[in-house]
Design a protein. Structure first.
Length: 377
């Protein structure tokens, strides 16, 4: 029997250093504003930092991460970490799931288990998928891209992983946020292999006649512009001057936690109460993964690469596409807008959930994926 080294083995010295940094946080001078109005709420952040430094038990979560079905593949010289959940049915359709930012592969595990073993959740074994969950380049356990001048395209790495490395002639794909863009480009580039895609966000058309925009589409575009003005500073910074931001977040676990926790609150269906959707341990494990793998800086690379046009734009996707939109997510484009870029065969407005749907509502998401791909097995 082959024994693989653990995926992550944080030393006691690293844990002690993290606790010391947390306990010696140099807090900013308080502002005369309430709650989350000007950014991460100081009271909530202090509470989480105290928990991270004292009650939070990394070893419990480290053991759980190491128990996951992890593998590595060398894709043209690029090492890629991925999880593989084999379907309980021999004819299980392969599917690749791709997360966004500030997420990680860990956020997709509840969804992956539901898809691989539906009978455990009251489903039909015939609906099982064999689920592949790769870590994005620069996120957690996949090293950053080797070049920023000619970066390997993530969707091509995914195709080589699924088709050449794992031997899947035909497969499905799902993604949200950054993962939706990667999934879209994958389907556009390899329609012969991708049977269908399932998205929680869509790419806009590369060009359109403003005079032909419907009132519903105009309202959507106005809402996107309003959201970008109020909430989009992180994206602008990560797209233009990511390194300047990286120094502080790589050095301060409190700063790192503040940067990502604000997003978990603002983009989820939590009604302003983080704890209604995310446990403290979930949030701190996500932050710990970024911290111990030293990957917050490299997780910004997709934004910078896209802004510099080093990543291909989506033009037209002709494979069958399902769009599932969650009410608290960043945007909910009308079906007609999605159809400008995609061959939309299923369009679902979800009753609840947000940007982190795979964690917030894995049952709703798994059911929608299952219904859509039934016709493409």
């Amino acid at each position: 029997m082959t024994h693989h080294p653990p995926l992550i083995a944080v030393t006691d010295a690293e844990l002690d250093e993290l606790r010391s940094r947390l306990l010696h946080t140099r807090w900013p001078t308080p502002w005369p504003v309430d709650g989350w109005e000007a950014g991460t709420d100081p009271g909530e952040l202090r509470r989480l930092v105290t928990h991270w430094a004292s009650a939070y038990d990394w070893r419990v979560h480290e053991a759980a991460i190491n128990a996951l079905p992890s593998h590595y593949a060398d894709i043209g010289g690029t090492p890629v970490h991925y999880l593989r959940f084999d379907g309980e049915h021999p004819g299980a359709l392969p599917i690749v799931l791709t997360n966004g930012w500030p997420s990680s592969f860990l956020e997709l595990t509840a969804l992956a288990r539901r898809l691989a073993t539906p009978s455990r959740y009251g489903g039909d074994p015939a609906d099982a998928f064999t689920v592949i969950v790769p870590s994005l380049p620069g996120f957690t356990f996949s090293p950053q891209r080797p070049s920023l001048t000619e970066p390997p395209q993530t969707h091509e790495i995914w195709h080589r992983l699924m088709h050449h490395e794992l031997g899947f002639a035909r497969y499905g794909a799902h993604g949200g946020d950054l993962g939706a863009g990667i999934t879209s480009r994958l389907a556009e580039a390899h329609p012969e292999a991708v049977v269908g895609i399932h998205l929680t966000a869509v790419a806009g058309p590369p060009a359109y006649d403003a005079a032909g925009v419907t009132p519903e589409e105009r309202a959507y575009l106005d809402s996107v512009a309003g959201w970008s003005a109020e909430e989009g500073a992180y994206m602008h910074q990560q797209s233009t001057r990511p390194l300047t931001l990286s120094y502080g977040l790589a050095d301060s676990p409190t700063g790192l936690l503040a940067w990502i926790v604000e997003k978990y609150r603002a983009w989820s269906d939590c009604g302003g109460d983080l704890s209604s959707r995310f446990s403290d341990d979930f949030l701190l494990t996500q932050a710990s993964l970024y911290w111990f793998t030293h990957s917050i800086s490299t997780s910004f690379q997709p934004y910078y690469a896209y802004a510099r046009r080093l990543t291909r734009r989506v033009e037209r996707v002709d494979v069958p596409t399902a769009v599932a939109l969650f009410p608290a997510d960043l945007s909910r484009p009308p079906r007609s807008w999605a159809e400008r870029t995609y061959h939309v065969t299923r369009y679902t407005l979800m009753p609840r959930g947000g940007h982190f749907a795979a964690h917030e509502e894995p049952g709703l998401l798994a059911d929608d994926l299952t219904e859509f791909f039934r016709a493409h097995r």
